[in-house]
Design a protein around this ligand. Structure first.
Ligand SMILES: [Zn+2]
Ligand SMILES: [Zn+2]
Length: 384
């Protein structure tokens, strides 16, 4: 199998993305290690995957076409082993300019380095927002109805209290870094597929700070950050729905270089209730009624999440009819009022009647011109 990605997939160099994807599907099915019994199926499968990955990404494909197979592969290796990962990237917030990670990640490294040019050293010290922290909690439907406060344990990195985040004790000697003369950057020349590129990277000795210290903080080992478990009180408002998230600004990890703290996100799952089903802010409930209640009408007492409520069942109600208790559903989130409670009534057929009840019901049937023929077994059972 040729190494060239186009050959690997068996497509022409001007193949459309769709053609490439179709070819990939065929080849992948052919070489899938679970299917193929060729010895090197797995290796071929990987090549096919790699080829598809590169050729279906516009930017990568363009690079591949320009550089050719060998130089493209070298560029990837080069980036992966080059070390000194470019800290910032020009596209902001940790985003990756090519979308979708690529195998070893070497390619992006190379590109970040190229695009960052000489800025590497300074970018390292730019303010960065701290990482977000997330937590997941479960509450009951009753708690979602009334609103609830929860103490939640979160684990996050915090500024080291021992050194106030500096990373070294107050009485440590501070010296100008001798490796970078205090600039925080080092210049290196890299041989890349585009030619020689002079590059500035963060000084590895001082981490870009331009200073070194005679000793590190014993508490945080010089990082200026320590992991702590904290209890945070979370307030879940009335009417919160399953899967919604609460955001607590600044309750995440501390920012770097004066950047803001990250946020705390709390995802809330609302457990299902035994009796009520929830749809938005409406609740659904099923209530049994007797045949006479259905016939004559009745006032029944139904449970709600705010205590029992009376419900008027009119005479002649059919089994399966639904009645609405306005305002007895879930509270609306962030606005006044509640959803409704829908009560579906089910007429229950009596199973164990006494003799008197049976006689009365037979009379009822006969009065309506209905002839009741009990099975022999039932007659026997009833006579016991
Ligand atoms: Zn410390
Ligand atoms: Zn230095």
């Amino acid at each position: 199998m040729s190494e060239d990605f186009y050959d690997v997939l068996g497509v022409s160099r001007d193949a459309s993305e769709q053609e490439i994807k179709n070819a990939y599907r065929k080849k992948a099915a052919q070489y899938h290690p679970d299917v193929s019994d060729e010895d090197d199926a797995e290796e071929k499968f990987k090549k096919v995957q790699k080829a598809k990955e590169v050729l279906t990404d516009d930017e990568k494909r363009q690079m591949y076409d320009q550089m050719g197979h060998d130089r493209f592969q070298q560029a990837q290796k080069h980036g992966a082993t080059g070390g000194g990962r470019g800290q910032g990237n020009p596209f902001g917030g940790g985003g990756n300019p090519f979308g979708g990670g690529m195998g070893g990640g070497g390619f992006e490294d190379l590109f970040n380095n190229l695009f960052n040019g000489g800025a590497g050293g300074q970018q390292r010290n730019r303010p960065r927002q701290g990482r977000d922290v997330s937590q997941h909690i479960y509450i009951d439907l009753e708690e979602a109805y009334h609103g609830v406060e929860r103490d939640v344990k979160i684990r996050r990195r915090e500024e080291c209290p021992e050194c106030d985040g500096r990373g070294y004790p107050e009485d440590a000697d501070v010296n100008t870094c001798s490796d970078c003369d205090g600039t925080g950057t080092q210049t290196s020349v890299q041989q890349t597929p585009f030619g020689r590129i002079q590059q500035q990277t963060s000084c590895r000795t001082c981490g870009g700070e331009g200073e070194t210290y005679s000793e590190s903080c014993s508490e945080c080992g010089g990082s200026g950050r320590v992991r702590r478990t904290r209890e945070v009180t979370i307030t879940i408002p009335e009417g919160f729905r399953d899967g919604q998230r609460l955001r607590y600004r600044g309750e995440g990890e501390p920012g770097e270089n004066g950047g803001p703290n990250g946020d705390l996100f709390v995802e809330v799952s609302v457990r299902e209730h035994e009796d009520f089903e929830r749809e938005g802010d409406d609740l659904f409930y099923t209530h049994p009624i007797s045949f006479p209640q259905a016939v004559f009408g009745a006032e029944i007492s139904v449970p709600t999440l705010d205590g029992e409520k009376e419900l008027e069942i009119p005479a002649g109600t059919q089994s399966g009819s639904t009645f609405k208790l306005s305002g007895a559903g879930m509270p609306h989130l962030n606005r006044r009022g509640n959803g409704n409670l829908h009560v579906e009534v089910h007429v229950v057929t009596p199973e164990d009647m006494n003799k008197e009840q049976r006689e009365a019901l037979k009379k009822f049937a006969e009065a309506g011109g209905e002839e009741i023929k009990e099975s022999l077994f039932q007659k026997l059972k009833n006579s016991l």
